[in-house]
Design a protein around this ligand. Structure first.
Ligand code: CU
Length: 157
């Protein structure tokens, strides 16, 4: 009766050790990845909100692209569109959407859409995961208000 709980406890400890090793291995694996990041600034011409936050893009060594965004100062409980854009924030409000295949569709497979819905405090977190490595023209992240107006942008660098 004693051996069984011990074995379970040991198995649990081994599992925790494996999880820790995997967790630690993620930054190591990122050694072959390219990471760009940026800070959100509101397009004050388009919104009165005091928006802040940051974005990270990871191009993995095995050919995928991950984007995470965190924003504060938005409207509560609101769904926001967000995309990777092809121009810098200061250049024509970041221009148009980045597409892996320029002739392909405007969807969340061919474009990168870290969309999100804010919580009651106006805080939002979005993630996108795409197959393919975004090229050097994927330079900024834009958040759109419901209806489409560009309200904030982060240059990735
Ligand atoms: Cu957009």
């Amino acid at each position: 009766m004693i051996a069984r709980p011990r074995r379970i406890r040991r198995t649990g400890a081994v599992l925790l050790a494996v999880l820790a090793a995997v967790t630690l291995a993620v930054p190591a694996a990122a050694g072959g990845a390219q990471v760009t990041r940026g800070t959100f600034h509101a397009f004050s011409a388009n919104t009165a909100l005091d928006i802040s936050g940051h974005a990270v893009m990871v191009r993995t060594a095995d050919g995928r692209t991950f984007v995470s965004v965190h924003l504060e100062g938005l409207a509560a409980n609101t769904a926001y569109g967000s995309h990777i854009h092809k121009q810098a924030c200061s250049d024509n409000f970041a221009g148009t959407h980045y597409r892996f295949d320029p002739a392909g569709p405007a969807d969340d497979v061919n474009e990168i859409w870290p969309a999100f819905t804010t919580n009651g405090a106006g805080i939002g977190n979005g993630n996108a995961r795409n197959d393919g490595t975004a090229d050097s023209t994927a330079v900024s992240v834009v958040v759109h208000a419901p209806g489409g107006v560009k309200i904030t942008c982060a240059d990735l660098g």
